[in-house]
Design a protein. Structure first.
Length: 327
């Protein structure tokens, strides 16, 4: 690994799609990694292959409740991030963003740990500026069905900045744009997982509206690299910084690529646009290029091929829906 010394690292939401890859990366580098997850939407088998590693520990715990650990770094990634999951229990979603951030920031303050917030491009809402730079404040509906996630992450960013200003907590903030890859939950409501699952099972590909809304899809390996670079950046750069792929595709183009790569005969089924669905989404990654010397390198076709290959190895019935807990 690099010149960085081995650290005690906590990853909240560590059994989720991105969290599990983060655990895998940091365990492989030799760090002492603690994965904390309540398994509200994640699956234990995402990290099962790490359980026999001496530098990995799994704790079942909800970040909305206090926890006391001694760590050097915290990757705060806990929060349902896919529409199908964060809208399942919106109160739980916003509690996780707000109370979870308070608890993790308190730990970071006590331990003198550096803490990174996995924020989201959703803080930009349905943007009126394109592409979206970090200086853009967003266009978010505070009372819509997506606001539990959008506003929850916006408040989390506020908490991080205020802990930094008031208590000198060492923070980092990354805004994650659409990400895909192996270990996506097949029923999470994300467009990539929806299309691949539907194509492989012969179901109609569901496109909302005319499919002209755009997204920018970043492969998971590229995203993990960007996040790790941000955590270890020593230039007093706290962010926020956009981490995502600046190549923009329409939803209709994505559907065509998935059908082509799977060889599926699925038909296209159009449905009404859901409320507050962003019409365009594309990151301006000028800051990431400058400060982190980072940009994604995986082309969409290559990433989709790897993701489809993984989807073909799983059993859909092994994946649980979110826990029916409405507290």
């Amino acid at each position: 690994m690099s010149k960085q010394r081995l650290k005690r690292i906590l990853i909240t939401g560590g059994a989720g799609f991105l969290g599990s890859h983060m655990c895998e990366r940091l365990v492989g580098e030799g760090h002492d990694v603690i994965c904390l997850d309540n398994f509200f939407t994640s699956q234990k088998f995402n990290v099962a292959h790490l359980l026999d590693r001496p530098n990995f520990e799994l704790i079942r715990h909800d970040v909305t409740l206090p926890v006391f650990l001694e760590v050097d770094q915290i990757y705060h990634m806990a929060c349902p991030a896919a529409p199908g999951h964060y809208q399942f229990n919106p109160i739980k979603t916003i509690k996780t963003s707000v109370l979870g951030s308070v608890n993790m920031l308190g730990m970071a303050k006590r331990c003198g740990a550096r803490i990174l917030l996995a924020s989201t491009s959703e803080i930009y809402g349905d943007p009126t500026v394109h592409p979206q730079p970090e200086s853009y404040w967003g266009n978010v509906n505070p009372i819509g069905i997506r606001s539990c996630y959008d506003e929850g992450k916006r408040v989390a960013e506020t908490l991080f900045m205020d802990y930094h200003r008031m208590n000198k907590v060492d923070i980092r903030i990354v805004r994650i744009f659409n990400t895909y890859g192996p270990r996506m939950h097949p029923f999470d409501g994300r467009v990539v997982s929806n299309f691949i699952r539907q194509a492989l099972t012969g179901q109609p590909i569901t496109i909302f509206g005319e499919g002209e809304q755009t997204r920018s899809f970043c492969y998971r390996d590229d995203l993990v690299e960007g996040i790790v670079r941000m955590m270890n950046c020593e230039d007093n750069f706290i962010g926020p910084v956009n981490i995502g792929n600046p190549n923009e595709f329409t939803i209709a183009q994505l559907a065509s690529k998935v059908l082509e790569l799977t060889g599926s005969k699925s038909t296209i089924e159009r449905r009404p646009l859901p409320p507050d669905d962003p019409t365009r989404r594309q990151p301006d990654i000028t800051l990431a290029r400058k400060m982190l010397k980072w940009e994604p390198s995986t082309e969409l076709r290559v990433g989709l091929e790897k993701t489809i290959d993984w989807f073909q190895t799983i059993r859909m019935e092994d994946y649980r829906p979110p826990t029916p807990n409405f507290a």
